[in-house]
Design a protein around this ligand. Structure first.
Ligand code: NAD
Length: 653
C-alpha cells in the first residue's frame, strides 16, 4: 500500500501522507517523504510544496510497533533535516492533531498553516520522554522560549488559535485545508526562502533569575518525574551551546530516558489504559443505542454523573425525593457547567443547550424512555431496593440499570429486579464529571448486551472503563481499605500521621492518606465503622484512633481539626495533640514504638496493595494486573510514573 503520494497541480507539489489511523511516522512513510522531496527538488516545474495528510488527522505520533526495535534509516531526525534542506519551500497543512514527531516534522517545514480545530503538541513527557527529533531545539527558535517550555513540559497540545498567537503557525484556515494551503502558497511564491529554524536565534530568552523560577516551578509540578526537568535542561543547552550541540544532547537524553524505569512505567500504564476495557468475550456484541439517561439522586455523585452525561450529548432526567432536592440537583449541575463555561471549555450556546437537555422529576414515570439509568441515592440497601423496584416498574424492560454503590452487594440489588441481567454497577469517582476512572461491575447475571452498552456509555463519557466483579469495595476501594489498615497499624507501631503522609508525597502521591481522610471528612467513615461494629471479627487487630478523633470533635479539614491542625489559610500542620494520642494508644496496647524510615513506610503500603491485588486477581474480581494499576493510578493518586502497584512490584520487570 502506498502511504505517501506526490502529485502536482501547476507549480505546486503536494505530498499526501495516508497511513491510517494516525498517519504515524512509520518506516515506509519516512522513506517516501524523503523520495518525494528528492523528486520535488529535481522537478523544475515545481516551485513550492505542501505536506498534508489524508484521513482524520495530520501525523499524530510515532509507530508504536517500532518501539523497542532497532532504528531503521532514515530515522525521523534525518527526515526533518531533509525537509529543512529542501530547495523549495514546504508548507505543512495541519488538521486534526500534529503531535510528537508530527509537530517536529512541521518544524522542518518552512511554513505551517492549520485548520481552526487543529491541535498541536509535544506529548512525549507523558511517556517519560522528551521530543527526540529536534523539537527542543527548533521550537524555542520559532515561539518564545517560555511558550516552548510550557508545550514540552506540560505535554498538553495547544489549539490552533493559541498556536497562531505565539507564532507556531503562520495562518489559521477556516475552509477546505488543501485549498487554503494552495492560496497560502501563492502569497509566499515570491518571498525569499525562510532561514531554517536551526539557524535562527532563539525567541525571548529568559534571564537567569527567570530560569531559576522555571526550573523550580517545573520541579514542583512534576512531582518526581524526570522527563520535564530533563527537557528544560536539554532545551537550555540547545540555546546556550547552539543548535548542533543541542540536537546531539537531545538525542542522547532521549535514548537515556527511553531506557529509564519511569518511561517503562509510563508506557506500561499508557497501553494498559487502552487495553483494559477491551473484552474479547464482548467483541461481537453490539451496544444498544443510548439517547436518554436517567440519574436517581441529584446529590454529590448524581449531579456529577448527570453533568458528565450532558457533556457527552445525552438527554438527562434526574429523579429526586422532593421538589427541593430536584432544585438542588439542578443547581449543582448548573454550577458544574458554569465552571466549564468560565474555563472556556463550552460556549454560552452549548451551555444553554445542555441545560435545556436536563430535566428533573419526583415521578419515576419520567424515565419511561430512558435507555440507561444510574442510581446514586444513599448508601443503604433498603433504599436501593426501593429504587430498583420502582425502576423495574417504570423503565423499558431492556433499559440498562446501574448502581453507583461504593460497597453494597450489587448481586443482591439485582436479585429483586425484573430482568436482573440488565443490572450492573457503574462506580464513578468524585467529582464524577472530572475523574476519568469508571469501574464497570459485572453482576452474576449481567448479560453481554448490557455490559457492552455500559462500556459504550463509559467511552461516550470519555472515561477509562475498567471491568471488575462484585466484592466489597470492588478493585479500588478494596485495595485502599487494605493499605489504610496497614497505615493505621504503623501508627500504633511507631509512625506518626505526618511521617506516613510525607513518605507518600515523596513517593509521588499528590497527598498522604491522613491528609486525604481529613479532606474527605472523618465522620462518614466513623458512622460506617459504628454501623459495622457488631459484625467485626474480634480476633482482628482494630485501630481506634480515627474513632477517638471524631469523639473529640475532630472531623477533618472542614472544622480545622482532624489528623492535622489547619491554620487560617487551610494549611495542614502536624498537631502535637494527635501525636500524643497516637503514642498513648501504643502504650495502652503495650506496643513498643519503633522508627519507620520512608522506605519502610512505602514498602509496607506497596506490599499491602500487592497482597490485596493478588487476592483480587485470584478471585477473578479484576481480569488482569493491568486493570488494578489503571484503577490505582487514575482513581487513587498512585504516581503514574511508577506504573501502578502491580507493575512496580513485579519480579520480572
Ligand atoms: P448524597 O447524599 O450526596 O446524595 C444522595 C442523593 O440521593 C440525595 O440528594 C438524596 O436526596 C437522594 N435520594 C435518596 N433517596 C432517594 C430516593 N429514594 N429517590 C431519589 N433520590 C433519593 O450521596 P453521594 O455522595 O452522591 O452518594 C450516592 C451514592 O454514590 C452512594 O451509594 C455512595 O456510596 C456512592 N458513591 C459515592 C462517592 C463519593 O465520593 N461521594 C463515590 C462513589 C460512589
Amino acid at each position: 500500500m502506498t502511504t505517501v503520494t506526490l502529485t502536482r497541480e501547476d507549480h505546486i507539489g503536494i505530498i499526501t501522507v495516508d497511513n491510517p489511523p494516525i498517519n504515524a511516522t512509520s518506516h515506509p512513510v519516512r522513506v517516501s517523504i524523503v523520495d518525494a522531496l528528492d523528486q520535488i527538488d529535481h522537478d523544475p516545474a515545481i516551485r513550492i510544496a505542501i505536506m498534508i495528510c489524508g484521513g482524520k488527522t495530520f501525523i499524530a505520533g510515532a509507530d508504536v510497533t517500532e518501539f523497542g526495535q532497532p532504528p531503521k534509516d532514515p530515522i525521523l531526525p534525518d527526515v526533518i533535516k531533509r525537509l529543512e534542506a529542501a530547495t523549495k519551500p514546504v508548507i505543512a497543512a495541519i488538521h486534526g492533531h500534529a503531535l510528537g514527531g508530527g509537530l517536529e516534522a512541521t518544524l522542518g517545514c518552512h511554513y505551517r498553516i492549520a485548520d481552526k480545530s487543529a491541535k498541536l503538541g509535544l506529548p512525549e513527557v507523558n511517556l517519560g520522554l522528551i521530543p527526540g527529533a529536534g523539537g527542543t531545539v527548533r521550537l524555542p527558535r520559532l515561539v518564545p522560549v517560555t511558550e516552548a517550555i510550557n508545550i514540552i513540559t506540560s505535554g498538553k497540545p495547544v489549539s490552533s488559535t493559541k498556536a497562531n498567537e505565539i507564532g507556531l503557525i503562520d495562518a489559521i484556515c477556516h475552509g477546505a485545508l488543501l485549498d487554503a494551503a494552495k492560496d497560502f502558497a501563492q502569497t509566499i511564491l515570491d518571498r525569499d526562502m525562510p532561514v531554517a529554524l536551526v539557524d535562527r536565534a532563539p525567541v525571548d530568552v529568559p534571564d537567569s533569575a527567570a530560569w531559576d523560577d522555571i526550573v523550580a516551578s517545573a520541579r514542583k509540578k512534576s512531582r518526581g518525574q524526570i522527563a520535564p526537568l530533563a527537557a528544560i535542561d536539554v532545551l537550555r543547552t540547545g540555546l546556550e551551546k547552539g543548535a548542533k550541540d543541542g540536537l546531539a544532547y537531545e538525542r542522547q537524553t532521549f535514548v537515556e530516558l527511553r531506557d529509564s524505569d519511569q518511561s517503562k512505567a509510563l508506557r506500561h500504564i499508557f497501553f494498559a489504559e487502552r487495553s483494559v476495557g477491551k473484552l474479547p468475550e464482548l467483541s461481537d456484541v453490539d451496544p444498544a443505542p443510548i439517547t436518554d439517561v436517567g440519574v436517581i439522586g441529584g446529590g454529590i455523585m448524581g449531579a456529577g454523573i448527570a453533568t458528565a452525561s450532558l457533556l457527552a450529548g445525552f438527554k438527562v432526567t434526574i429523579i429526586e425525593r422532593n421538589e427541593d432536592a430536584c432544585a438542588n440537583g439542578c443547581n449543582t449541575v448548573e454550577k458544574h457547567l458554569s465552571g466549564s463555561l468560565k474555563r472556556g471549555l463550552i460556549t454560552q450556546d452549548r451551555f444553554d443547550q445542555l441545560m435545556a437537555a436536563l430535566s428533573t422529576s419526583t415521578d419515576y414515570a419520567a424515565l419511561a424512555s430512558a435507555d440507561l439509568v444510574v442510581e446514586a441515592v444513599f448508601e443503604d440497601m433498603a433504599v436501593k431496593h426501593d429504587v430498583f423496584g420502582k425502576l423495574s416498574l417504570h423503565c423499558k424492560p431492556d433499559a440498562v440499570l446501574a448502581s453507583n454503590t461504593s460497597y453494597l452487594d450489587i448481586n443482591e440489588i439485582a436479585a429483586k429486579c425484573v430482568n436482573p441481567g440488565r443490572v450492573i454497577g457503574l462506580h464513578f469517582f468524585s467529582p464524577a464529571h472530572i475523574m476519568k476512572l469508571l469501574e464497570i461491575v459485572r453482576t452474576r447475571q449481567a448479560d453481554a448486551k448490557s455490559l457492552t452498552t455500559a462500556f459504550a456509555f463509559g467511552r461516550a463519557l470519555g472515561k477509562i472503563a475498567v471491568p471488575c466483579g462484585v466484592c466489597d469495595g470492588f478493585i479500588g476501594n478494596r485495595i485502599m481499605s487494605a493499605y489504610r489498615k496497614h497505615c493505621e497499624y504503623m501508627l500504633e507501631d511507631g509512625a506518626l500521621p505526618h511521617q506516613i503522609d510525607a513518605a507518600m508525597v515523596e513517593f509521588g502521591f499528590p497527598m498522604g492518606l491522613f491528609a486525604m481522610q481529613d479532606m474527605a471528612g472523618l465522620e462518614i467513615s466513623w458512622a460506617t465503622r459504628k454501623r459495622l461494629a457488631p459484625f467485626r471479627d474480634p480476633a482482628e487487630r482494630y485501630v481506634a484512633l480515627g474513632d477517638y478523633l471524631c469523639e473529640m470533635g475532630r472531623f477533618g479539614k472542614k472544622n480545622g481539626l482532624g489528623w492535622y491542625r489547619y491554620d487560617e489559610n487551610g494549611k495542614a500542620q502536624p498537631d502535637p495533640e494527635v501525636d500524643a494520642l497516637v503514642i498513648a494508644e501504643s502504650e495502652k496496647k503495650g506496643i513498643t514504638r519503633r522508627n519507620f524510615s520512608h522506605d519502610e513506610i512505602i514498602d509496607t503500603i506497596l506490599s499491602a496493595m500487592r497482597n490485596e491485588g493478588d487476592k483480587i486477581l485470584s478471585e477473578g474480581i479484576a481480569n488482569s494486573p493491568d486493570a488494578i494499576d489503571v484503577v490505582m493510578v487514575n482513581g487513587y493518586g498512585f504516581p503514574r510514573h511508577k506504573g501502578g502497584p502491580m507493575f512496580l512490584t513485579r519480579s520480572d520487570k
